[in-house]
Write a protein that binds this ligand. Structure first.
Ligand SMILES: Nc1ncnc2c1ncn2[C@@H]1O[C@H](COP(=O)(O)OP(=O)(O)OP(=O)(O)O)[C@@H](O)[C@H]1O
Ligand SMILES: [Mg+2]
Length: 260
């Protein structure tokens, strides 16, 4: 895929000759400096890049369908529950005046048609999945009552609530202190991929995320490349948070359901 923007100062080549394949159950990390094209590439991969100044060639195939041939609305309808996103700052994504339980239950009720009792039970389950202690108490809290790490876990719970096939996390740990919360959130994302077969795409400028993705690529000035072998030697993620890993962590074999 190639993506260019028409700007007053000429064409800006944001993504150049990028090709990527994400197998089911794999977490792929993209690390690169600010402005290298990570967000543009990922949004395009989810069929979310639109605008009259966008020039794109290439295709994106998700679950056997070509997103690049669809309108934004068609993408939304087709994959409304198939793709989910997590952003850098969970405070802006969460509604400050609604309780966590209401926000988490909303998509379950609207998108999956669950009744109130079923949705509440599922909310508790989801909060436990993202390792939130005392999930029932969490349902009654407001976002401002939570730490940044807890808010990000709630966002992950919301993102996985409708069982997405692809989870895209753009700078999910940048607003967190790494040792306290960032590392745990990174590990959780990898576990989501392994335990639920979700494709997880994590984008960050923080190379410490390298340890928590099955495959890591560098982005530099719009181009994707494999990292230097030495940067992959540590494997903190081999120490699971709580539960054991059911799947093996073999390298993606290129038979993925998302490719571009
Ligand atoms: N809508 C747009 N119109 C014109 N240029 C754009 C547009 N969106 C992004 N760009 C440019 O494309 C390039 C890549 O931007 P992108 O947001 O993907 O970087 P990034 O790697 O995500 O950076 P960061 O780490 O700061 O989030 C940048 O030069 C940016 O200015
Ligand atoms: Mg970005």
């Amino acid at each position: 895929m190639n993506i260019k923007f028409v700007t007053p100062r000429g064409l800006l080549e944001a993504v150049r000759d990028v090709s990527l394949d994400i197998p089911e159950g794999a977490s792929v990390g993209i690390v690169g400096e600010s402005g290298s094209g990570k967000t543009v590439m990922s949004r395009a991969a989810m069929g979310l890049l639109s605008g009259s100044n966008v020039r794109r060639d290439g295709t994106v195939v998700f679950a056997g369908k070509e997103l690049t041939a669809m309108t934004r609305e068609e993408v939304r309808q087709e994959f409304g529950t198939g793709m989910a996103m997590i952003f850098q700052d969970p405070m802006t994504a969460l509604n400050p005046v609604r309780r966590i339980g209401a926000q988490l239950a909303e998509s379950l009720r609207v998108r999956l048609g669950m009744d109130k009792a079923t949705a509440t039970a599922r909310c508790i389950e989801l909060l436990s999945l993202v390792r939130i202690p005392d999930p029932e108490a969490m349902l009654r809290k407001f976002p401002y009552q939570l730490s940044g790490g807890m808010r990000q876990r709630v966002m992950i719970a919301i993102a996985i609530s409708c069982n997405p096939k692809l989870l895209f996390a753009d700078e999910p740990t940048s607003a967190l202190d790494w040792e306290g919360n960032g590392k745990r959130v990174a590990r959780l994302l990898q576990q989501v991929a392994r335990e639920y077969g979700t494709m997880v795409l994590i984008v960050s400028h923080d190379p410490r995320l390298l340890d928590f993705a099955d495959r890591v690529l560098h982005m530099d000035d719009g181009r994707l490349s494999e990292p230097e072998p030495k940067s992959r030697k540590t494997k903190e993620s081999d120490k699971p948070d709580q539960e054991s890993d059911k799947s093996d962590a073999s390298e993606p074999q290129g038979k993925g359901v998302a490719a571009w």
